[in-house]
Design a protein around this ligand. Structure first.
Ligand code: MV4
Length: 458
């Protein structure tokens, strides 16, 4: 087992990693930018190092500074958290070359999944169902036209190095000029955004749900899944709320998705934790979309329904320990919902960094708050605007919704704007309450007239 891990991250996930490490008896090393010097992840770690000024490029993305801190501190492994360098294969490789443990999958897995075309090809080979589409990169406009004829409209153009919805174009009908023009624009945009203009094409699924399967794998070939998370509640590809289980997935479908996911991971020799994203269409058919090779923001909903500490598992597995659980031992119990509480305007969604002047987090049975916020904490403009994850667990989905509503009502955050009022609306929105929704839910909600706030929320 590791004896000291360095956390190459900040905010709630850095704290979450510290908590897991402590429970495993592992010492922790925090790194921070000058702006984060007083943050809780620095206070709670056994050691800390300032690695640069506030901008991420000069601090949390500063590889030489991170590796130096690892060396000076005597750390024997690095946990990258999510975002920042968590899916940077070169960094994972350098960490390994320095003789340090990498708390994540092997660099080759990160590299494979980072290129969406390579990932699709590998996952097709490994048996995951896929939408009709280009077998690889679309080489030119002639090939694109031919492929679209075969696939049928609508189609979607995606960037090979994209992901998370960046660099996509939907083309609804067969029109040569539109197609060629959209292809050129998309490719040019991808080139400037990701340094790679490679594009691929797929049949476009209308009104899909985004369902992802959590994978846990050791270095000895043992692989299981921990069920699914429903991630369709998004705005502009930013997830706002996640739940597990998905209201759209029954036992039979879960078993089917889980089985093909685990089988595919066995075939490629995947290790550590990972998430396979699927599109689920209205007929109940599902298709591989992308794979994430990191611990995800929304991992707590899976922890809540499985009772498994995913971070402790991840660290243990990275140290070479056996999984020590069978698929049969995994039982989903109850229902969990996570709301991402962001420092942003609830109507315009513009970031709203600043000083929190009053703070009181909800509590009580079945309520978990993962956050580094407190009264007098300053939400910084340099980093993402998530200030807390509010996770509730209850016996059933209706009970979880009631618990989330009362938790949101208890949450006091003053001095900055937050999206808590948005979450209140969402938790009262009939399509959400019914569990009958798809990736357009937030758009539909935002098209409705804004209700006037109830007396206790003014
Ligand atoms: C799609 C799709 C429909 N058909 N692919 C968006 C994020 C990126 N990972 C893939 N995305 C989509 N790919 C096909 N063939 C619809 C989306 C999509 C979406 C997916 C998941 C969650 C929210 C979404 C919002 C809009 C579009």
């Amino acid at each position: 087992m590791f004896s000291r891990i360095l956390i190459a991250n900040r905010g709630e996930i850095a704290l979450r990693i510290i908590r897991a490490a402590r429970e495993l008896g592992i010492q922790t090393v925090a790194v921070h930018s000058t702006a984060d010097a007083n943050s809780l992840h620095v206070k709670f770690a056994d050691q800390s190092f300032c690695i640069g000024p506030a901008p991420s490029k000069e601090s949390y993305l500063n590889i030489p500074a991170l590796l130096s801190a690892a060396e000076v501190s005597g750390a024997d492994a690095i946990h990258p958290g999510y975002g920042f360098l968590s899916e940077n294969a070169e960094f994972a490789e350098m960490v390994a070359h320095c003789g340090l443990g990498w708390i994540g999958p092997r660099a080759e897995m990160i590299r494979m999944m980072g290129n969406k075309v390579r990932a699709k090809a590998a996952m097709k080979e490994a048996g995951l169902p896929q939408l009709p589409g280009s077998p690889g990169v679309v080489s030119d406009e002639r090939e694109l036209l031919k492929l679209c004829e075969k696939i049928g409209f609508p189609v979607i153009l995606k960037a090979a190095s994209g992901g998370g919805g960046r660099g996509m174009k939907i083309i609804r009908e067969k029109d040569r000029d539109t197609l060629v023009q959209q292809f050129r624009t998309a490719s040019a945009e991808a080139l400037s955004a990701f340094g790679n203009g490679d594009m691929y094409v797929e049949r476009y699924v209308e009104r899909p749900r985004h369902i992802e399967i959590q994978i846990v794998a050791d270095d000895h070939g043992n692989i299981i899944h921990l069920g699914e998370r429903e991630c369709s509640v998004q705005r502009r590809h930013q997830k706002m709320l996640e739940e597990s289980p998905s209201p759209a997935v029954n036992e039979k479908l879960r078993e089917k998705m889980g089985k093909v996911a685990v089988e595919a991971m066995k075939r490629i020799g995947y290790n550590n934790v990972g998430t396979i994203e699927f599109l689920l269409d209205e007929r109940g058919d599902f298709y591989f979309m992308e794979m994430n090779t990191r611990i995800q923001v929304e991992h707590p909903v899976t922890e809540a329904v499985t009772g498994i500490d995913l971070l402790k598992e991840q660290i243990r597995l990275a140290a070479g320990e056996q999984l020590g659980r069978s698929q049969k031992s995994i039982q989903l119990k109850g229902h969990a919902i996570e709301c991402r509480v962001n420092a942003e305007d609830p109507v315009t969604f513009a970031p709203s960094p600043g000083l929190i002047t009053a703070y009181h987090a909800p509590g009580g049975l079945g309520v978990r708050v993962d956050s580094v916020a407190y009264e007098q904490y300053r939400v910084l403009p340099f980093y993402d605007s998530m200030v807390a994850k509010l996770i509730v667990t209850a016996d059933s989905r209706p009970a979880a919704i009631m618990r989330m509503r009362r938790s949101l009502d208890e949450y006091i955050v003053e001095g900055i704007k937050t999206n808590i009022p948005f979450h209140r609306r969402l938790l009262a929105y009939e399509p959400f309450v019914q569990g009958r929704y798809d990736t357009r839910l937030v758009e539909k909600l935002l098209a409705e007239p804004v209700p006037s706030p109830s007396p206790q929320h003014r």
